[in-house]
Design a protein around this ligand. Structure first.
Ligand code: AMP
Length: 396
């Protein structure tokens, strides 16, 4: 069966059409600038050239209609009719405490997702718009796959904040974690690749992209992760600060004479390696600048690595040991130098890297030596495939 995977943002929409039997991507692309001037559809059919169409997309329904038209287009389409789309899998950012796994979308589920909107005001409403737009155009079963679901197995000692308990009861303020589809997919692949027992394994997954998070996976279940109520907590990221003293919010607001909302924007959009370096949020730019002697670019890279090492150390404590440390996402999959630097600081674990294998980019590979006590593994994440698999499992 063919599954259309949709990842809907407020002004963008990423999509893939996946044949669930061969797991081939039949078509992939995105709509950008929805509701803004210069809306663009990008579309690449399997084995074909990328196509770009600039055309007004006043809303998500128009955007999805354009995607569907491209999929059945006589010249570059990959299916003959929309009947060949059997199900749709939607990425939904926040499932709160209501969703510990993926679900078939019903009216009740839509209501429950809407109730999570205040926990992810920038993302969930856009996800709902995407679901509604799809429902208006095709009548097939749809599944919601939540970014938070995999981390719902965290125990209370890991997910509670040291705040008055009533804030948890009244406002559901707790740690939820994100990137769950990626952490789940990558930890399972790592178990397969390294031959680890799903019921007796301690894995740390480092999802290091523009957004970044680490998770501790015990016997296949997430027991802790670095992101919290929102994706701001944890690692230093492309533009997010990660962990800091909460008193800093008020301090910046006073010193800079800006509102708490504005501080929030600074912490999410102007901080992280971009804010520290003053160069870029892109790690390739930072690597180049550091090579040319840019001190703050080097500092940003060192701080990023150091924070990753700290979280790995903390999670070895949480897991009571570690069998495998796994790297994924843009930086984790491609940047062997970062992997080597992080693992060098953990050499006391009797980890040894295979420098040749560690040159790998974007390929599944054990990059530690056979005698290394802890396995280090690169696993390219594939959230779309994971969403398609979840969708098929529920729809069948
Ligand atoms: P993601 O959010 O997973 O797409 O990751 C984006 C980050 O991955 C950016 O900072 C990129 O610089 C980084 N990245 C992507 N490809 C490479 C590469 N070949 N080498 C180093 N970093 C890369």
């Amino acid at each position: 069966m063919n599954v259309l995977v949709i990842n809907c943002g407020s002004s963008s929409l990423k999509y893939q059409l996946i044949d669930s039997i061969t797991e081939n991507v039949l078509a992939v692309g995105l709509c950008e600038r929805i509701g803004i001037d210069g809306s663009t559809l990008k579309y690449t059919p399997q084995g074909g050239e990328k196509i770009q169409v600039v055309s007004p997309m006043p809303n998500h329904e128009v955007a999805i209609k354009m995607v569907l038209d491209a999929l059945v287009n006589e010249e570059y389409g990959v299916i003959k009719s929309l009947d060949e789309i059997n199900a749709v899998g939607h990425r939904v950012v926040h499932g709160g405490e209501k969703f510990a796994s993926s679900v078939v979308i019903t009216d009740e589920v839509m209501k429950a997702i809407e109730e999570c909107n205040e926990l992810a005001p920038l993302h969930n409403p856009a996800n709902l718009i995407g679901i509604n737009a799809c429902k208006a155009l095709i009548d097939v079963p749809m599944v919601a796959v939540f970014d938070t679901a995999f981390h719902q197995t965290m125990p209370a000692e890991a997910y509670m904040y040291g705040l008055p308990y009533e804030y948890y009861e009244k406002h559901k303020i707790r740690r939820y974690g994100f990137h769950g589809t990626s952490h789940s997919y990558v930890s399972k692949r790592a178990m397969d690749i390294a031959g680890l027992d799903p019921n007796n394994s301690k894995i740390i997954v480092c999802h290091l992209g523009n957004g970044a998070s680490v998770s501790a996976v015990l016997n296949g279940k997430s027991i802790d992760t670095s992101m919290g109520l929102t994706p701001l907590e944890g690692l230093i990221m492309g533009t997010r600060s990660g962990d800091l003293d909460p008193a800093i919010v008020d301090f910046i607001a006073n010193k800079e004479n800006i509102s708490v909302d504005e501080v929030n924007t600074v912490l999410n959009k102007k901080s992280g390696v971009a804010g520290i370096s003053g160069v870029s949020s892109d790690f390739r730019d930072l690597d180049n600048a550091a090579d040319e002697g840019h001190e703050r670019a080097q500092l940003a890279l060192d701080m990023f690595n150091y924070r990753v090492v700290k979280y790995i150390g903390a999670y070895i404590g949480a897991l009571g040991g570690v069998d495998a440390i796994v790297f994924t996402a843009g930086v984790g999959e491609n940047n062997g130098i970062m992997r080597k630097q992080v693992m060098s600081r953990l050499a006391f674990l009797d980890v040894t890297m295979d420098d040749e294998k560690n040159k790998v980019r974007g390929e599944e590979m054990i990059v530690s030596t056979p005698d290394s006590k802890v396995k280090v593994i690169v696993v390219p994440t594939n959230e779309e495939l994971a969403i398609a698999r979840e969708t098929v499992a529920l729809v069948k």
